[in-house]
Structures are given as C-alpha cells and as structure tokens.
Ligand binder design. Sequence first.
Ligand code: ZN
Length: 403
Amino acid sequence: MKNFSLYGLPEKVIFCKSCVISNQRPSSTVEFKNYDGKQKSGISIDSNGYCDACKYNIEKNKIDWKEREKQLFIFLEKYRKNNGEYDCIVPSSGGKDSSFTAHVLKTKYNMNPLAVTWAPNMWTDEGFKNFDNLSRIGGIDSILITPNGNLHKYLTKISFMNLGHPFQPFIHGQKIIGPKIAKKFNIPLVVYGENQAEYGNKIEDNLSHYMNNNFFSVDDEFNLRNLMFGGRSIQNIIDESNFNLKDFATYLPLRKKELIENNIQMIFLGFFEKWDPQECFYYASENTGFVPAKKRSDGTYSKYTEIDDKIVPIHFYTTYIKFGIGRASYDASQEIRNNKITRDEGINLVKRFDGEFPSTYFNDFLEYIGISEEEFYKRIDELRSPHLWQKRKDQWILKQSID
Ligand SMILES: [Zn+2]
C-alpha cells in the first residue's frame, strides 16, 4: 500500500531524543471545528531531536516558582470575594488535577472555587467516588452537568465512526462548560489546571497565564449552528436525526462577545504552580479523598490518570491506531520530563503496554454506542494510516517503533 499519512502528519516517524513521543502526536485542535480529512499538525521536533514539550520543560525548570506564587496572589486579588460568594470556576472531572487545582485555590490562595464537572460518558466506580469525595472529603462545592444522554451517545457514535475519535464530545463539553457556567453565575474567572502546551502545543502558549479563547468560544450565531461534532455540523445533525437545537443546550459554547462583555478570563494554574501530575495525585490522595483504580488502565502502567470514564481506554486505543501513540507513550513521556522515570524505562513501558487492547470496558463501549464487534474492528482497520501500519501474517504491526 502507498506510504502516506491519513491525517497529514509527517511520513517519516521521528521520536524525541529526550522523551518517547513522536512527531505523529497531533497538536490539540478546536474540537468543534474538527472534521474528517482535516489535516493535522504534529508536535514539532527540532533538528537536534527534541520535542517542544521537552524544550518547554527545560524552561519550566528555570522558573522561579516562589515568584510565580506571588504573582498569582496579586492576580487573584481583583477576583477574590469575601462576601461568601464563589469567585472562580474550576472545570473538574473529579480527577487528580482538577481536585488539586480547586483545593489549592481554596486553601492556599484563599479563593472560593465552584468545581463544575461535565459528566463522563460512562462513570467508573472510582471515578464517581472521586467526584463525590471532592466535596465530601475535599470540602469543595461542586455541580455536575450531565448532557442529554441520548444525544451524547449519538455524538460519541458519529465521532467514532467518522473521525475515530469517540472522546470528542466529552472533550468538547469539558472545555466549554467552565466559561458557560461562569457566565450563568456571574463568576468572571475560570481556572484550568494545566495548559495544553505542557504536552507540546506551541511553546508560546505557555508564556502567558491566559488561555486562547478559540478553544472556548465561537464568533457568532452562524458559527454556533455550524459547530462540528463527529465531523457533522449541528445543523446537519438536526436535519438528519430527531434531535433539535434545544438538545444541544449544554454543548453550545459562549460567543466571543459574551466572554468580552462579561469580562470572563480563562487562566491555567500550571503557569503559577509547578505542574507535576504525580505530585497532583499525592496531593489529591491526601486532601480530597482521591483514590486510584484497583488495577492499571488498559494500554498503560498508570492507575490514577483519567480513570473516571470507561471510554478513556478506547480513546487511547484509537490514538494508537491513528498515530501509533498509545496511552503508555503519553504517560511515560510526561513522567520522563518530570524525572519520575528514565527514558530507557519509558521505552520498556511503551514496548510492554502501548496499544494493549482495551478489553476491560470494550463491551460497555460497544453497547453504549450500539455497534457490533465486527463494525468496531472494521472501522479500526480503516483508521490505520498506511505510513504507520503493515500486516504480516494477519498481524498488524507498526512499521516504525521506538527502540
Ligand atoms: Zn520530548
């Protein structure tokens, strides 16, 4: 088969010399503008062989974090309320990172955060427990937004079938719900945990604590009706199904002018506090009752990262199929940068766990989106980019892997 990338990523796979990520890792996209066949840009790896995330990490280690803490105190001064009202929104999932963010804001920075959780597709037991513990043990007020389940299933299905991206509707919701609730409650500050750039979007995105509002808002009404889910616009979906615009209430992001008129700002805590996921885990275990999963997640060695939704292992399986980058690659790269493991250990973990079939919740997923096993495998094989995969004796293998 011709050697080309289905997704517009470079045909030659290059691995970073410092971590285990490759140039196939797509940069974050604005999900609601994501359509099938859209060409992606990957993480940049420079002529010396280092990826943007590792280069940013070197910069991160030079930062005077005590000074950044002071800057945050000063920044928060104009938002902090002492009348008992909430003064910031923390988009949450009950995960370790958002639990850390909300708790640190409340206890160290004397803020009054309201955590806002966009419900997972399918809660895991520990995911629900962690969500619940954030308020019960962590003492953080929280609200849960659960979108229309019929529509959410439908969007997840078309996202898988059209884009091979079953997690898209969730990612969309989790991104836009913070500013949306901020407007409703008249709370003009939304604090995310880490910035996307931490993992290799443009380094420049990390030079300011403000987040790019393209991820959270649209220009106007026209753009609202043309938001994309699973490669289809809202208008297409309404025309082709029994859903109507009212069903999309939770999914509609703010218009840019609403962000501006209401003075809503989105920042990320990782600009001010040194971001280290393992340390967030320890902190959340101690302070907000966070519990890890009983066993490691499919496709990786980790037990405490993104464990709230049964769909997550399927999501990482699709990244492995589409980009040759599985869940262990993401976890190991991040842990190498944070000096938790060496690159050699990372490579061994990738070889051992990356691309492991997500069997634990596989049947739940099939049942959830209503497709058969055959349909799943057929779609998966269509998603394999010819420059990455070859079939040998009925076995799919990666043409270019890390060693
Ligand atoms: Zn790297």
